[in-house]
Design a protein around this ligand. Structure first.
Ligand code: CP
Length: 290
């Protein structure tokens, strides 16, 4: 049983082939019936727009049947163990996705499941988003090996997944954050505190919200104060250089981590990233479950 929790489960070669396949599936969305006769469960403990729609539509396009489960409507909410959920779902479905507020829950699910488990966002990782981001980079630049992606903002799950999965694709990942919200030292990303230094010569300037779903609401004001200088504005994009494009995984808070002019500007690729969620995830599901 093969799971997809951090993205590091893929080899560089598999990731490259997955991105090739994602491009083929974008060209011909109805060309694969890899999930014909199979059902896929998706458990959501947290809200979602892109992840839910892109997986649900993608599974249907692959000929499969998506079973979307809100955890507050499941027996988990009345104390049923994740172990029992994993054992029961494994008798019905070919794969289980989960969006959770606990990395331990995801580890428990993947430990007991007898079918592949894929991470649809956890406090520490969001690898399916990065698959779409890399597909979008390929569409923008062609060969992405050696390209520079500068992530500016909170050192959160997105930053960590970009560091892990971006490195597998040969992308140079830089992370610029205030010291109190920085990512842990990682061999696969270079850490900065100065956003202008981080974006110099970058091909992609990437940002995410400053207060994530897993963050304690009590820290929101402190986060916004510390992250204020890390907003992606026209001034920061100018520092990156004329060839740089802004990325955002969405949802966005225009006027906070990204200016309206950057978010809705001609160079913004967030809308392609959002579409590519479906194509890249279909390629992942083919690999894990097909
Ligand atoms: N980017 C992302 O995962 O979006 P949702 O939270 O809407 O799924």
């Amino acid at each position: 049983v093969r799971h997809f929790i951090t993205g590091a489960e893929l080899t560089p070669g598999e990731l490259s082939q997955l991105l090739d396949r994602a491009a083929q599936l974008k060209e011909a969305p109805a060309s694969s019936r890899a999930l014909a006769g199979k059902s896929v469960a998706m458990i959501f403990e947290k809200p979602s727009t892109r992840t839910r729609v892109s997986f649900e539509v993608g599974i249907v396009e692959l000929g499969g049947h998506p079973v979307v489960l809100r955890s507050d409507e499941m027996q988990i909410s009345r104390g049923e163990s994740i172990r029992d959920v994993a054992l029961v779902l494994s008798r019905h479905v070919a794969g289980i996705g989960m969006r959770t507020g606990s990395d331990d829950t995801l580890a428990e699910l993947s430990h007991w499941a007898q079918v592949p488990v894929f991470n649809m966002l956890s406090p520490s990782h969001h690898p399916v988003q990065v698959l779409a981001d890399l597909q979008t980079m390929r569409e923008t630049f062609g060969d992405i090996r050696g390209r520079v992606l500068a992530y500016v903002g909170d050192g959160n799950n997105m930053a960590r997944s970009l560091a892990i999965v971006g490195a597998l694709a040969g992308v140079e990942v830089r992370i610029a954050s205030p010291p109190e919200f920085t990512l842990e030292e990682s061999a696969s990303a270079t850490l900065f505190t100065d956003p202008f230094e981080a974006v110099r010569g970058a091909d992609v300037v990437y940002t995410d919200v400053w207060v994530s779903m897993s963050d304690d609401a009590a820290t929101a004001a402190a986060r916004r104060a510390a992250l204020g200088p890390y907003a992606v504005t026209d001034e920061l994009m100018a520092a990156a250089g004329p060839g740089a494009v802004p990325f955002h995984c969405l949802p966005a808070h225009p006027g906070e981590e990204v200016s309206e002019s950057v978010l809705y500007g001609e160079r913004q690729r967030a809308w392609d990233q959002a579409e590519n969620r479906r194509h890249a995830q279909k390629a992942l599901l083919e690999l894990l479950l097909g």
